[in-house]
Design a protein around this ligand. Structure first.
Ligand code: 3HC
Length: 707
């Protein structure tokens, strides 16, 4: 079908108007995602007015060019004044249109984009389209009538489900919900839209504007809102915008449309002002910014990765193989023993079976994924892998032996990656004759679930190898962050410092439960000691043993955690660690036996316990992290503050509504943090409290550390 000819009436811009027979076509063309910034907003109003005034147009069609329908308001404009027309103004114009308006949706209709479509008379979607109101993920609520129109279209309960989760639904589900009127298979939204418009003009009934409908909201049960509030108070006590969404939908069910819309506006503006909105939007852009590695020019050639290898079928190796299988990349999984291989494969199968039981995966998909993992005892099967990830035991000797072997077997140009979390990637690379092809790919446990991937660039890693690993991270749904070589890289290095501080606080008089309560109160999903139990106390104990042997001044003394490890209290897996656990439960229960071990340890060291305030715990645990993060920046191990923010957001559950560790630090006040670091350096001492020069410099220059 030819594209419609452009009229002279509308000046060139992101929105154009043209006529196709009896249909006036409004096309938004604003790459990359047709975000509704000021230009699009005024273009939409002008094009709509042009179409309404066009005597030859009996109906109007809204379509988008490029890869997607309108992906929502332009997020970059939030926090700045909105010049008119605002998005609610645009939506009101569509709602009041005197000719039928059809929206033809492809790609993703999200947020304000879906709200514009909701103000059209008819919505038709391509089968591949996705529709949603993800504002909650940005600390907002749908602020252009979405909270008022969606309940009128699909009922308040379903509308709340969609808005509180923020996840999009596919076109089929949207049709079943009543969110769209038709689903079309056409490749082109223009064709689908013109056909729908034609049907409407050939005698179809023009539906009422959604704003005028009341059948789905009449007689809404007030208990629905009370139940949602109670659920939110339990599950998301920290978050601001979900509660406002419930308020807005309740207004839709109880007030006239105009009054409900006014209430929505007030609630939207309150969300817009909230620090959580700023934090969540920082987190949104951080995830995208880390993909652009400074010094790695866009367009750096990447290598083709069609088949990968994974060495080691333990917990990490199996999870890594699953990450590839889940993205359609076949993986050869090598282990040194049949028993190890069988155990790994059984774990993978159990994991997939659980997904099938939960309805997240079909039995066929499970079998396809299992079939794409090829278990073997022979390294020779790695000969045609394009990339191999080594996930063997954390020992330099073992890793160097594995890499020597891989170097001899893998084809030229194959990338060799180590999943080490603490060892020197350069020393591992030196065991091969191709250090330019070696780097670290540090997955986080469970590797098939956690989104973070630290991509560790060695001294000799080539640009194309780094670019390939970053692209691969995205392909397998991870957030890849490029980092340099040092002990613990970025994430674990900061975690280590927090761990030392948490231990010091307990020695001085806090209980592990108190420390954990403060951290979960801050917004972490797990406290430090619950996390230790989850990871396994024996794992940390082994690392501390290594550090002690290496003469680390902060790891010399045996501490109460070592005593627990030596007594077989290895954490959740043994139902006893810092806490105890009932069989089959992950809920930590404070254990007097552990309190006694701690007490004994204090006595042995001659420490007189004192009351430690929650504020002191918060400040010491968080400020020590900020100080270490600043040192990491100083040393160039992370190129930007945003890299550190993304690492802690995606690997350690830093609360996303706080934006990220360093974004939060700026808001907390670098001056306050630096003063406290200097005080703790004097009073507590130890390398972890030696103030970062960069931190002090930022304070002296009165500039933020993040942005
Ligand atoms: N505003 C501004 N820029 C946006 C944007 C938006 N709404 N959505 C995406 N972008 C930018 C990204 O930052 C990225 O920029 P970059 O190339 O400079 O890094 C570029 O567009 C491409 O984005 P992705 O890399 O994310 O591309 P994908 O194809 O992977 O994903 C997408 C596309 C699904 C649209 C995804 O970008 C997305 O989820 N965007 C956010 C959608 C959203 O949250 N909309 C609601 C906004 S709030 C709102 O509408 C308020 C209203 O109720 C009043």
């Amino acid at each position: 079908m030819p594209s419609p000819a452009q009229t002279d009436a509308v000046p060139p811009g992101p929105v154009r108007y043209a006529r196709e027979g009896r249909i006036g076509v409004i096309t938004v063309d604003h790459p990359p995602v047709n975000a509704i910034g000021h230009g699009v907003r005024s273009g939409l109003v002008t094009a709509l007015e042009t179409g309404l005034a066009d005597g030859g147009a009996d109906a109007l069609l809204l379509v988008c060019a490029g890869r997607t329908f309108l992906a929502g308001a332009d997020i970059r404009e939030f926090g700045k004044p909105f010049p008119p027309p605002t998005l609610p103004d645009v939506v009101a114009c569509f709602d009041a249109a005197t000719k039928p308006v059809i929206a033809a949706i492809h790609g993703t209709a999200l947020g304000g984009g879906l709200e514009v479509a909701l103000a059209c008379h008819v919505r038709v979607a391509l089968r591949s389209a996705k529709l949603g109101l993800p504002e909650v993920k940005l600390g907002l609520l749908p602020g252009a009538g979405g909270t008022q129109r969606l309940p009128r279209l699909i009922g308040p309960a379903k509308a709340l489900d969609l808005m509180l989760a923020g996840d999009p639904v596919g076109a089929e589900e949207a049709l079943a919900l009543g969110l769209v009127d038709a689903v079309e298979d056409d490749a082109s939204p223009l064709e689908a839209g013109l056909r729908a418009a034609g049907r409407l003009l050939d005698g179809g009934r023009v539906p009422q504007p959604v704003s005028a409908r009341i059948d789905r909201i009449a007689g809404s049960d007030p208990a629905l809102f009370a139940a949602r509030r109670a659920d939110l108070a339990k599950r998301q006590p920290h978050l601001f915008s979900p509660h406002r969404i419930v308020d807005a939908v309740e207004a839709a069910a109880t007030l006239a449309f105009a009054d409900g819309t006014a209430r929505e506006r007030d609630l939207f503006l309150a969300c817009l002002e909230s620090p959580q909105r700023a934090g969540l939007i920082h987190a949104f852009f951080a995830e995208r910014q880390v993909a652009k590695v400074p010094g790695l020019p866009p367009g750096t050639p990447t290598r083709d990765i069609r088949r990968v290898g994974v060495v080691g079928a333990g917990t990490m190796g199996s999870g890594i193989a699953m990450s590839f299988a889940n993205s359609g990349i076949p993986a050869v999984l090598v282990d040194s023993t049949q028993e190890g291989l069988d155990r790994g494969l059984a774990a993978i199968r159990r994991n997939y079976e659980s997904s099938v039981r939960k309805g997240r995966l079909s039995a066929t998909q499970m079998e396809e994924r299992m079939a794409s993992i090829h278990p073997t005892l022979s390294y020779a099967d790695l000969a045609d892998a394009d990339l191999v990830v080594e996930a063997a035991f954390e020992s330099m000797e073992i890793k160097q032996t594995v890499f020597r072997r891989l170097d001899g077997i893998c084809k030229p140009g194959a990338i060799l990656a180590t999943n080490t979390s603490t060892l020197d990637v350069d020393a591992i690379a030196a065991a091969t004759g191709r250090p330019q092809d070696v780097l670290g790919m540090h997955f986080f446990s469970p590797a098939n679930v956690m989104r973070l991937l630290e991509v560790v660039r060695g001294a000799k890693t080539s640009d194309s190898v780094l670019a390939t690993a970053m692209a691969l991270a995205r392909r397998i749904g991870k957030v890849g962050v490029a980092v340099g070589v040092c002990d613990g890289f970025v994430g674990n290095r900061i975690l280590h410092q927090r761990g030392l501080e948490a231990m010091a606080l307990v020695e001085e008089g806090a209980s592990p439960e108190q420390v954990d309560r403060v951290l979960t109160g801050f917004g972490f999903p797990l406290g430090h000691f619950s996390m230790t139990d989850l990871a396994g106390i024996d794992v940390g104990w082994r690392i501390r043993e290594e550090r002690r042997k290496a003469g680390d001044p902060e790891a010399q003394a045996t501490d109460w955690l070592d005593i627990l490890a030596e007594r077989g209290r290895h954490g959740q897996k043994t139902l006893a660690g810092v806490y105890r656990y009932e069989p089959g439960s992950r809920s930590p229960i404070a254990d007097p036996a552990v309190a006694a071990v701690i007490e004994e340890d204090r006595r042995r060291r001659g420490i007189m316990p004192r009351p430690v305030s929650n504020e002191e715990i918060r400040d010491r645990c968080l400020y020590v992290m900020v100080n270490e993060a600043a040192k990491i920046l100083e040393e160039g191990i992370a190129a930007r503050a945003v890299d550190i923010d993304a690492i802690w957001l995606h690997g350690y559950g830093f609360p996303s509504w706080r934006g990220g560790l360093l974004f939060w630090a700026d808001r907390e006040g670098l001056g306050r943090i630096a003063a406290a670091v200097q005080r703790y350096h004097r009073d507590i001492g130890g390398p972890r409290w030696s103030p970062s020069a960069l931190l002090l410099q930022c304070v002296a220059e009165k500039r933020p550390i993040a942005c």
